[in-house]
Design a protein around this ligand. Sequence first.
Ligand code: CUK
Ligand code: CUA
Length: 640
Amino acid sequence: MSEEKESCCVSRRSLLGSGAKIATLTGLAGLGGGMVAGLGGASLIGEARAAEGSADVAPGKIDEYYGFWSGGHSGEVRIVGLPSMRELMRIPVFNRCSATGWGQTNESLKILSEGLTPETKASLAKRGLVTFDQGDTHHPRPSYTDGTYDGRYLFINDKSNTRIARIRLDIMKTDKVIEIPNSHSIHGLRNQRYPKTGYVFCCGEHRIPVPNTGINLTNPKEYVSIYTAVDGDTMKVAWQVMVSGNLDNTDADYAGKYTAATCYNSEEGVTVGEMTASPEDHAVIFNIAAIEAAVKAGKAQKIAGVDVLDGRKAAKSDFTRYIPIPNSPHGCNASPDGKYVMLNGKLSPTVSVVEWAKLDELFAGKITEKQCIVAQPEIGLGPLHTTFDGRGNAYTSVFLDSQIVKWNIADAIKQRSGEKVNPIRQKIDVHYQVGHTNASMAETKEADGKWLVALCKFSKDRFLNVGPLKPENDQLIDISGDQMKLVHDGATFAEPHDAVIVHRSKIKPLDVYKRTDPLFDDLKAMAKADGVDLEADNKVIRDGNKVRVYMTSVAPAFGITDFTVKAGNEVTVVVTNLDNMSDLAHGFTMVGHGVCIEIGPQASASVTFVADRPGVHWYYCQWFCHALHMEMSGRMLVEA
Ligand code: CUK
Ligand code: CUA
């Protein structure tokens, strides 16, 4: 079968030859529906890519964009180079990472545990744990200043344990993790764009009793979902608003005035049948200044130490409005011109376009909710998410049709006002069942309309068969011309719901750590109390049953090549990597103790374990660092 495909491919190559013909055929294949046409398209697309070379980044050449990919229920974030679609790095966030020791080093455990609620800490402690070791990430979003990325942070949600995390983009490591109190399963996440981030807006999806302490267990009408604003600088909850329905996705405007969030289950049911009974759900509009004023005026109740406002439908608050949207809307996407927010129908074939500027009149009582909808084009079956090219076009992923649909916003508005225009520009097949889609810089005022990714939930026959669990298929589409062109299939692991594409000029990562980084403050303080200079000393400190081993590392040797402890001692090993050179990471692995950590150039890291096995235990550097890397080792001698 695969040979047959191969030879078919070869014959097409000899038949076609010219790039232009190939592009036309690729477009045609894109217009054909279904799996068979999709397969035909696959081999043609391979040709198009070879012929045009547009997505090819030659060996030694560097990509133009950073893609920040959600790692889905792997709990991590991945950095993907675009347009090559090469995976460049993984950033462990909510998961336990075997390679780097994330979730094992004392530093990461502190980050992963300190932001949990007292109830969660107590529950984990009963199981002998200090944190969770998995997460379900969906929406990675970089921080903004004045409507574009400022290269400081990336925020991401964990739906499974109601947390959000912050990643420092200078070192590409997670530096804060907090659990959102009063809420349940954070799904949608977006950042304030103006004047800066500012707030990180988080949608608590599932409705629960608040407080969730055993009351109202069987009375779903009393459950609520909660919209949270976190201060992205302090990573503390600023305020929360109770809303009606299940919060799904959210986005912010470009003026710092409003945010919108889609809600399904306005029925407030608990089964699929109940949740989808009504043909109409809603989007909630949040008026930021009015919320801040209400909190200031003392209108919030304190629950779990947080100011919580009642913005539910029945409360008729002056800081929320409910815009009726057909049938379980899902995606929520602000256009880069700062004018509109797109609410994607999911069970309705439409995208509802709300104009931000109308919201002033809405809150002033001058117009109705429905009058804020300025367009509602029919896109296809199952519209989920919309992205933009900065030239007035929107691109919506349609799940059931397995297509990306390009449509013109101005024409959709004209159509709504009765003009006979068709806003649809092109439909291209993707493979298969696309969820999120996002274009280069599309979520900033600098949207540049070059590349678009379609994150497909199913790959079926697009790759070598790897068994019953298939990869997702993240497809790259060239949107720089009039017609979309599919140029690359990228297999990914479970399951990147979403990704953002950031021009490389926006991010300036370091090559080596700075010794002044606050990351090392705790270790410096501990060393100081022990009379140790982290950057110079190699010392073993005995403190009752505890032993602290401070060692430096310079390729290819650890500063300590053996140390002795007594069986049962609690050992803390602190390694400071003195190599001051790009790409010179060391590691510390203690054989037979499940210990393996990364120490980047100029970094310090520590790990604590119990040495309860008398004998000789070698430790070694697991990060290949030198011709004598294999020799970079030492012995822990454990006395009986
Ligand atoms: S969600 Cu998965 S396809 Cu969590 Cu943004 Cu829409
Ligand atoms: Cu140090 Cu390998």
